[in-house]
Design a protein around this ligand. Sequence first.
Ligand SMILES: *[C@@H]1O[C@H](CO)[C@@H](O)[C@H](O)[C@H]1NC(C)=O
Ligand SMILES: *[C@@H]1O[C@H](CO)[C@@H](O)[C@H](O)[C@H]1NC(C)=O
Ligand SMILES: *[C@@H]1O[C@H](CO)[C@@H](O)[C@H](O)[C@H]1NC(C)=O
Ligand SMILES: *[C@@H]1O[C@H](CO)[C@@H](O)[C@H](O)[C@H]1NC(C)=O
Ligand SMILES: *[C@@H]1O[C@H](CO)[C@@H](O)[C@H](O)[C@H]1NC(C)=O
Length: 546
Amino acid sequence: MSLNLMGGGDMWYLCATILSLLVIVGAEDPYRFFTWNVTYGDIYPLGVRQQGILINGQFPGPDIYSVTNNNLIINVHNSLPEPFLLSWNGIQQRRNSYEDGVYGTTCPIPPGKNFTYILQVKDQIGSFYYFPSLAFHKAAGGFGGIRILSRPQIPVPFPDPAGDFTVLIGDWYKANHKTLKAILDNGKKLRFPDGILINGRGPNGTSFTVEQGKTYRFRISNVGLQNSLNFRIQGHKMKLVEVEGTHTLQTTYSSLDVHVGQSYSVLVTADQPAQDYYIAVSTRFTSQVLTTTGVLHYSNSARRVSGPPPGGPTTEIDWSLNQARSIRTNLTASGPRPNPQGSYHYGLINITRTIRLANSAGQVNGKQRYAVNSVSFIPADTPLKLADHFKIGGVFRVGSIPDNPTGGKMYLDTSVMGADFRAFVEIVFENKESILQSWHLDGYSFWVVGMNGGKWTPASRNQYNLRDAVSRCTTQVYPRSWTAIYIALDNVGMWNLRTEFWARQYLGQQFYLRVYSPVESIRDEYPIPKNALLCGRAKGRTTRPL
Ligand SMILES: *[C@@H]1O[C@H](CO)[C@@H](O)[C@H](O)[C@H]1NC(C)=O
Ligand SMILES: *[C@@H]1O[C@H](CO)[C@@H](O)[C@H](O)[C@H]1NC(C)=O
Ligand SMILES: *[C@@H]1O[C@H](CO)[C@@H](O)[C@H](O)[C@H]1NC(C)=O
Ligand SMILES: *[C@@H]1O[C@H](CO)[C@@H](O)[C@H](O)[C@H]1NC(C)=O
Ligand SMILES: *[C@@H]1O[C@H](CO)[C@@H](O)[C@H](O)[C@H]1NC(C)=O
């Protein structure tokens, strides 16, 4: 466990500062302290020098190890010459959207300043990651793995692996992130990326050492900017065990499609002759295929990797769609709690609302933009959550994005959709474009009940999996296809719904879902953190005493 212990004095000071908050976020649960320094530094992932975003000198950043219900106290010092924020992909921030670290919830950490995130990984297990959410920082690093282990008394549906590896894969540009941002700011599209990284390194740069005969867990997250990636290990099978916090039916695959923003855990047994094997990662659904390699190294290896790396799947969408449909929840396995994951019968709950969301690309004022239901999101001058809390008018309007595609002309707005606390919602993502889309919702995990090619109609509901669909936080939508999800809106707050296709996200393909309860109660939502940064029109206000 990388519990980042600080000096006693610091620790005492921090404890005193946050003690009252801990009472609310769960003082009975253990907490872990992290002190992070975010800097620019030289990195050479594809052989050329680049400006990278380092955390405590590391690229990728350090992993966060935690156990269900842990409180994570992460003091982030921003040593960049510009504002910075981290967000936590898949961490649900229950009743606590203030800590979400996206533009609409949290003020940027000013250059030279620090901010302490106070998170709780409440009722969660599984594999996730963090990333920088502002500007185009994600193209420079600043990301790292998050793992939430089960509490000791909760059974895990497979034996303890001999080792547990974080594998962050993603497409990568040799260009500086500011250059990429400037291209987007000028209303142009980005060209195809230059390569693929595995844990921040290019071809043959990463190796994982295993002992023959033992079984290892690989937690694979696609932290890239746009491309779906296929992951495979030469000569080895992968047993899928977990998807974004859900223990899956343990199905064996020889390769796995990981769409941008998604996380998967597989078990791999080192059951082959003692030598080294390629790990291959390649782009999917692209005319030009980028491939990179890493190495699975047997500790008693007699031979280095040689020859061509293993090829990926050659058939396109149907193969991937069938694989996606084969990924199911193990209903009898425990999740974060001892009761089986199948004890919540999502398929029997009546839908209270259907929302259809269509992505589109187009131009507004001669510049490239991307939209959801014709609205291309633009930031306001104040985080929406703070405007809501301080009741500052004129920052956003609830209802500034329609529930259904209108087919109308694209326009800019600070789009916020209202939703009732405790509603049970069906969202249909409709993708009429030829790209592969990947959608993520903060604050929640949702059931991916169906996906198929063509146009969704109410009759498509007959194909839904209402029994053992996986619950996760990021789902793909295949080109000219739809994907349907169910969500129980049990988490009050302001939640970002965004594409994980990062240039599209940056140019407006996102909005906020404001899950609202008229009852102001800390049972439903925690008060604004005492240490919350205040910016824009919230500047100078005071965070109310607890
Ligand atoms: C962060 O790192 C930079 C560069 O090494 C150093 O100058 C600065 O003092 C560090 N800040 C903190 C808060 O540790
Ligand atoms: C900034 O860091 C110091 C310790 O280095 C800590 O005492 C203080 O609470 C932090 N400030 C915020 C706003 O988190
Ligand atoms: C499902 O979980 C149970 C309980 O841990 C386990 O015994 C079983 O092998 C799992 N089944 C599959 C198909 O993964
Ligand atoms: C990776 O290593 C193998 C074996 O040494 C070598 O044949 C191959 O060319 C290397 N690939 C790259 C891209 O460097
Ligand atoms: C769902 O709706 C049906 C018909 O309107 C109703 O009979 C049933 O009791 C409802 N089920 C639940 C769980 O509320």
